[in-house]
Ligand binder design. Sequence first.
Ligand code: PLP
Length: 391
Amino acid sequence: MRDKTTELIHHPYLPPLGFTAPQPGVFKASTVIFPNVAAMHSRDWRQKAGYTYGLHGTPTTFTLEERLCTLEGGLQCVLASSGLSAIALVDMALLKTGDEMLIPNNVYGPSKALSEGELVAWGISHQLYGAMSPADLAARISNKTRLVWLEAPGSVTMEFPDLVEMVRICHARGVICALDNTWGAGLAFNAFDMRGEAVDISVQALTKYPSGGGDVLMGSIITRDEALHLRIKGTHMRMGVGVGANDVETVLRSLPSIALRYEAHDRSGRALAEWFQSRPEIVQVLHPALKASPGHEHWKAVCHTGQAAGLFSVVFHERYSVDQVNHFCDSLNLFKLGYSWGGPVSLVVPYNLAAMRGTTWPHKGVLVRFSMGLEAVADLQADLAQALDKA
Ligand SMILES: *Cc1c(COP(=O)(O)O)cnc(C)c1O
């Protein structure tokens, strides 16, 4: 007779198979148990045919990966611990000493910081190209260029680039191009079929719309080329990047409603962006669906669904000082001060563009970025109006 302690660990009861429910089960493991040594030796951690170690995949992570492939139109997916770690993994997988990477001048800030920090220290150079100039991108590609990052629209400044032409340029020069697809989320456009052109890699901060709650940090790297996927998956394995099963569960819980939420965020964003256009305090509203916003024609060409996420920025007239604009932000009640986006709570962040973009930024006034939550749009508009009166 075995001891109770042993029996509790090696318990003979197995629940019946075939449990089916709307939500997939949550499997947690570092150790994966093999039936025999032959299985232990033959299983390939790179393939989804079996399980080898928690870090390399569980039924829970495989399920999310496959659903994200469906969302984005990709074939393979790697999960990372944040959107930024997904970006970093792509950089590390594809670049070595002596290589160069090109990033747009409106790139997500921390991605630029990584280029200036670790990548430079490792002998990997980078150049910023004009996000709205395919000619500038083409001119900067050299025989050192191994990776081009695209982002649509630009973080904070919302310019929508000519993605189709830029992908065409990269491929004509044999350079891999990766898109930060967090804004599009796989819904506004298909990164793997933009009027016949396909990016090689699509990265998303699942932290945003796929999570939808402001409570999870995760990233994904989607590809359609097995060899490219295996390069990234190899680096992912060697760096030991993992995601928590409970976080994966949260994203799986949110994914079924992503399209509905995206549409709702978009509707409010567009209503408020249009409203801001009539306000005398504001010199420009930056939202790709607005005719006067930079790159509107490229947004229209690529986003067949006519969708545009729930983000926009406004530029205050230069007669408003930084302090006055900060006071406007502090006076908001429903819009909370905070980074990130994609959750139920509307958020606001003032940005000092002169410092971020230098002389490439045309405006003198302060920029404020809004991300729409799911509150009623009339309440959000009233909140903006009362805060503008206080500025
Ligand atoms: C938020 C964001 C990221 C990074 O995502 P984290 O999960 O916060 O690391 C990357 N790119 C864009 C465009 C983002 O908005």
